[in-house]
Write a protein that binds this ligand. Structure first.
Ligand code: SF4
Length: 389
């Protein structure tokens, strides 16, 4: 029996979702404007269960930021630095390889690599980096670069986006990250990320990558100056491209972090806003299998709750996160596998360790959770990084 009462104002949408029908943008706006979080959860659960059953996934990964120097100055960004800033950084290939080696001893399957638009590193730095990291273990998935980084690299290489992507793939690039989408509406982009690529350019980079057979994720940064209609417009553009290419593996909504930037928003998205955003995304994005509750931005407690609001993925162990923490995120910088498993099990889901393309590596049907071992505890090297980050 449905959790939705017969008299619920969302009853018609429930029936359409139950029948597997696609909902329109006006319907998504209605869902966003509803205060009935339980009804939203019922709809989102329906859509989620149809896609992935009771499974909820996580992956073992490491974040690696090669540099935070950036030629742009997006208003919402607390990560970027100029060369004159004392806390700018830039990693050598040797340092990157050392961090990757250390992470491989913990069983990671993915390196997630992004940075600012560096003012002077040559294109060869990026191809050398990919080759060096890939040579550590050819099975290690290199998920790298946002769309604006790809445009920057194409400019550096003086090649088309297509040829740049092909060259990066030859060097070891496995998939693109979904960052930098922010909110597609031009007036919002102008307010928070002036100078960054347009929505059309972001979508075109991903379209080109998908046409080459590549896969990527996509994101939406919500809770700053955008309207609910802007969020729906953003989701619509993602759904449209997914209809066209089927190249997105998952959607990751990102709650805006309010500290150390110049947007006049002092309160981050609330728990209510986060849960409704995840629920509406799950229902509206009917051509996506996976929706992530990003614990770095949500905190693990809210991310765990989001597993009952349409999310089916908790992202990864991450090991060293800078971008959200420099903007005020209060979450830890690392999660152990044991903690992620516990969160998923408590939420009544079956944990699945996944790879970067959301393929299942291990289903923890009834297996006991792994006991934390020295390999899943922060190492002295990592602890030093965390202390100085
Ligand atoms: S969001 Fe990206 S492009 Fe914009 S300033 Fe930050 S690092 Fe640079």
């Amino acid at each position: 029996m449905s959790l939705l009462q017969q008299h619920s104002p969302l009853r018609d949408l429930h029936d359409r979702v139950a029948a597997g029908e696609r909902i329109a943008q006006t319907d998504a706006l209605r869902l966003f404007e509803s205060r009935d979080l339980n009804a939203l959860a019922a709809l989102a659960n329906l859509a989620c269960l149809r896609k992935v059953g009771h499974h909820a996934s996580y992956l073992l990964n490491r974040y690696l930021n090669y540099s935070n120097y950036c030629i742009l100055s997006c208003a919402f960004c607390a990560f970027a630095r100029k060369k004159r800033d004392a806390d700018g950084f830039e990693l050598s290939l040797t340092q990157m390889v050392q961090k990757a080696r250390e992470a491989l001893t913990r069983g990671i399957t993915e390196l997630h690599i992004v940075g600012g638009l560096h003012p002077s590193l040559p294109f060869s730095y990026y191809t050398d980096m990919l080759r060096a990291l890939k040579s550590l273990d050819p099975r290690l998935h290199l998920k790298c670069f946002t769309a604006i980084e790809i445009l920057h690299l194409a400019w550096l290489a003086r090649r088309s986006v297509r040829d740049t992507l092909l060259e990066l793939r030859t060097a070891g690039l496995d998939s693109l990250t979904g960052g930098g989408a922010e909110i597609f509406a031009p007036q919002v982009r102008a307010a928070i990320a002036r100078g960054k690529e347009s929505a059309e350019e972001w979508l075109e980079v991903h379209r080109t990558w998908h046409q080459l057979g590549g896969r990527s994720t996509c994101t939406m940064l919500y809770g700053h100056v955008e309207s609910l209609a802007d969020r729906v417009d953003h989701l619509q553009r993602l759904r449209q491209l997914q209809d066209e290419t089927r190249g997105f593996t998952g959607f990751i909504p990102l709650p805006y972090q309010p500290e150390n930037n110049s947007i006049p928003v002092r309160t981050p998205p609330t728990g209510f806003d986060t849960l409704r955003t995840i629920a509406v995304s799950r229902v509206f994005l009917d051509n996506f299998d996976h929706v992530t509750a990003y614990w770095v931005g949500l905190g693990l407690k809210l991310a765990q709750l989001a597993l009952s609001y349409g999310a089916n993925d908790l992202h990864g162990t991450i090991l060293e996160e800078h971008i959200f923490h420099m903007a005020g995120a209060q979450s830890p910088q690392v999660q152990t596998e044991a903690v992620l498993l516990k969160a998923i099990r408590e939420a009544g889901r079956i944990p699945v360790q996944r790879d970067s393309l959301y393929q299942s590596l291990k289903v923890w049907e009834d297996a006991p959770a792994p006991t934390p071992t020295p390999a899943t505890q922060p190492s002295p090297v990592l602890e030093q990084n965390l202390a100085t980050a």
